[in-house]
Design a protein around this ligand. Structure first.
Ligand SMILES: Nc1nc2c(c(=O)[nH]1)N[C@H]1C(S)=C(S)[C@@H](COP(=O)(O)O)O[C@H]1N2
Ligand SMILES: [Mo]
Length: 185
């Protein structure tokens, strides 16, 4: 059986609230989600439109680089693969930059964005996310360290070059695979 806890990690029984900056306010009437950059179909969805996208539910584990892991979280939301399918990336688009409402950013390769379980979630374990955990919309990237699981996602940009996010610019690894302990660059 595959080991569930990556090297240097320990198990906790709930997600720890962790972020830089303030929890942004959510206004259903002004909120939108934008997809732009090197794609054939740039789009913006308001709250109602976003909630018409097909919903998936996936159980996955969450590994924070500060060493805690919370196993078996059932996330509900829209697969990032679905967003990418709608966006139609141009051949040169190889990287994504995820922008958040509180200026936080994180980068992902297109390959990582297409992995199983990568999604934009608004529920966890059957309940809407609390504001501290990223409501109305957070990214979940189960196969990489949790700083990639950006809360309060505002837009996704497709790029031909890798542009680093908040922690990646501050010495954390560009990719962050917990099984390879890609903690720092
Ligand atoms: N917008 C934003 N998203 C963020 C962060 C942040 O600082 N800002 N921190 C990341 C880190 S380091 C972790 S461990 C997880 C924590 O998620 P949680 O607070 O829901 O447990 O959120 C990630 N997403
Ligand atoms: Mo983290």
């Amino acid at each position: 059986m595959k080991e569930r806890i990556p090297p240097g990690q320990h198990r906790v029984n709930k997600l720890q609230v962790l972020h830089v900056g303030a929890v942004p306010d959510f206004n259903k009437n002004t909120w939108n989600f934008k997809v732009f950059g090197l794609i054939d179909n740039p789009f913006v969805l308001n709250w109602e439109e976003f909630n018409k996208l097909p919903i998936i539910k996936i159980k996955s584990d969450f590994h924070c680089v500060t060493s805690w892991s919370k196993l078996e979280n059932e996330w509900e939301g829209v697969s990032l693969k679905e967003i990418i399918r709608i966006a139609k990336p141009k051949p040169e688009a190889k990287f994504l930059l995820i922008h958040c409402f509180n200026e936080y950013k994180t980068n992902l390769s297109l390959d990582d964005a297409l992995q199983e379980g990568v999604m934009l979630a608004n529920k966890c374990d059957g309940k809407y996310l609390s504001p501290e955990h990223g409501f109305p919309l957070r990214l979940v990237v189960p196969h990489l360290y949790a700083w990639k699981s950006a809360k309060w996602v505002r837009s996704i940009e497709f790029l031909d070059k890798e542009v680093l996010g908040y922690w990646e610019q501050r010495g954390y690894h560009k990719r962050g695979d917990p099984w390879k302990e890609e903690r720092y660059s």
